[in-house]
Design a protein around this ligand. Structure first.
Ligand SMILES: [Zn+2]
Length: 252
């Protein structure tokens, strides 16, 4: 019995290593294909990579700026520097549209004291740590320390048209990655957070280890067919210009 143990251990380790490699081989093509630290999407829209892996989108408006997601860095290093360079103080950030409640999308939101922080129905529970996540990564990270919550959280309903410094932005509820995930339509740009992120395969839904329900995500992706966008600004890869064609390819 004792003689067999080392070979059993070696076999178990070999199987475990194989499983890890198989998992890595599956996840690898689905990981974000990133544009870089800054993504210029026009004179008013800039994507900034925060904490090295999540984009916050800065939308310059006549009286300050709005953000779509607030980055993974609780100190907001890249965000604060960029806003300062554009002559926008933290107090002049009037709106933050959160695509969902995963912390890498809102860690910097508390740095903007006057911002109306918009999020989807029920998603506040995820920010506050009150929602019990089912995804593998959600379960593994649930006890990590959380940054301070933003002051003015406001959950909005499906389809609501927000007025952001004089311009309409539509909020569309897309449950799946998280229950209260939202995408936002500004002009021809759809901000998709983690519902749709460009990988090496093209626009892709987040790997299942990060998401609460793949079935719901799939239904939400089909819903986007009815939305009038041409470009997609996502949460981890950047800007995709042929986004409609890529969405259709994904849904085939
Ligand atoms: Zn996420």
């Amino acid at each position: 019995m004792a003689k067999d143990s080392p070979s059993r251990l070696a076999r178990a380790l070999f199987i475990l290593l194989g499983l890890v490699m198989l998992g890595a081989a599956w996840v690898w093509p689905h990981l974000p294909s990133r544009d870089g630290a800054r993504v210029e999407a026009g004179p008013e829209l800039l994507g900034l990579l925060s904490g090295g892996y999540a984009y916050a989108w800065v939308l310059k408006t006549p009286n300050g700026a709005a953000l779509v997601d607030a980055g993974a860095d609780p100190q907001g290093k890249e965000l604060l520097a960029e806003l300062a360079a554009r002559g926008v103080s933290p107090e002049q950030v009037h709106t933050i549209l959160l695509t969902h409640g995963h912390v890498d999308h809102w860690a910097g939101a508390h740095l903007f004291p006057n911002a109306r922080v918009v999020l989807g129905p029920g998603e506040g529970a995820l920010l506050r740590g009150e929602y019990s996540q089912k995804s593998l990564v959600g379960r593994m990270t649930r006890s990590l320390p959380r940054p301070p919550l933003p002051a003015k959280l406001e959950e909005v309903a499906e389809g609501v048209e927000l007025e952001v410094d004089g311009e309409p932005i539509r909020a569309i509820h897309v449950p799946g990655h998280t229950p209260g995930s939202m995408v936002y339509l500004w002009r021809d740009v759809l901000f998709t957070g983690d519902l749709l992120v460009r990988s090496n395969r093209g626009l892709d839904s987040s790997p299942f280890i990060f998401s609460e329900s793949n079935e719901e995500s799939r239904a939400s992706l089909r819903k986007l067919r009815g939305v009038e966008f041409s470009r997609i600004a996502d949460g981890h890869a950047g800007l995709t210009v042929d986004a409609r064609a890529q969405l259709e390819k994904l849904l085939e």
